[in-house]
Write a protein that binds this ligand. Sequence first.
Ligand code: SAH
Ligand code: SF4
Length: 422
Amino acid sequence: MPTYHIWTIGCQMNRAESARLAARFEELGYEAAENIAEADLIVLNSCVVRQSAENKVVNKLHELRHLKKERPNILLALTGCLVDADTARLKKTYPHIDHFFKAGEQPPWLEKPATLPLPHHPSSTAFVTISQGCNNFCSYCIVPYRRGRERSRPLEDIICEVTELVRRGASEVTLLGQNVDSYGRDLKGQPDLADLLMELNSIDGLLRLRFLTNHPKDMSDKLIEAIAKLDKVCEQITLPIQAGSDEILTAMRRGYTAAQYRRLVNQIREKIPGVAIITDIIVGFPGETEEQFRQTLDLLSAIKFDTVHIAAYSPRTGTIAAKELKDDVPPAVKKARLEQTEKLQQEIQTEINARLLGKTVEILVEGRQKGKWYGRTRTDKLVFFTSSSDYPGKLVNIKIDKTSPWSLQGKIKSGKSNQEEE
Ligand code: SAH
Ligand code: SF4
């Protein structure tokens, strides 16, 4: 049997798209290769959101050059956000790559499928893309240039897909979009994310629903009410703030102020008790002063996020910031700000997670790692436990006996959780 290998880096959307590609190849009779060097078909699914990711892709592309020399009959393809409209230029730079196709598109050497194949045995936690692309053009971000304008998938398609994934064994589904708050604006009848969640909440066998990413300028009261009300929708919101200074937020073209963001967080916390809020931060944006950076730290101290993804600004060719603003924060300063932010957030997470000591939490078991089972709470906290029984896809109650900023550990408890989790 011919074999395939898909190498993936970047966001969850890339991972979801790779899983769909894998299902497609398997339908066509391919088998997963033991390792990349032996595969007959290799796809690189790339990310260019920051220079560091782009460098990894370029290194991988160079490695494949040697492989193609040794085994000229293999088929090589590149997808993901490195692929722009100018595939002729890409072909010139990487002549050993046979095919280039844009993120979310179908492999051009295959016939267009009538419906996209789904994995036969999805993991207990599956991902479903609800919209492609983005219309926001935040000044630093390359995503709208590489993934195009926003296109929502019809509500009925998503319902069918989630129903089928659940039938095949998935228990938790995470809906993906660059801005899930604008889902449906381009569809007939303009259904929104709250409408979609209401429909999905009634699918038998589905235990949990998550979604990301929300945009602070677009999140509606209706959605907050729906999250609060629907039992399968987890108490977890990914709401990137990016910076604590209003001048920086304006230069980033984010469309909200720090005060508006804080009001939104208060409203969410009031309506959804125990909700976990996850955010993204960029440090060292062009022109960011010490004082403006301090405002980001102050905001983290005030809000106390459950998780923060922190990145140093990386200029991306073609974006508004790269064209109009000088990347003037020295690399050493960016690094120092990144480390300072990480240190503060680690303290905050230590404190937040320590509150769970001695409590019982309900987790959905995802798999095994280094002899331990692991899964997540509804609030997306990673929990490890030991047991000789078989658990994947099941909900279990764990009494927490050890906490760290990054994960929790505990012992399995029999009987129903009394929802002690915060
Ligand atoms: N649509 C999502 C994800 C965008 S990319 C959102 O709006 O959040 C994921 C994260 O990468 C962003 O939230 C941002 O924090 C970071 N990012 C994007 N472009 C970047 C750049 N040029 N430099 C550093 N970080 C960047
Ligand atoms: Fe990029 Fe902003 Fe769109 Fe997110 S909302 S993908 S950061 S342009």
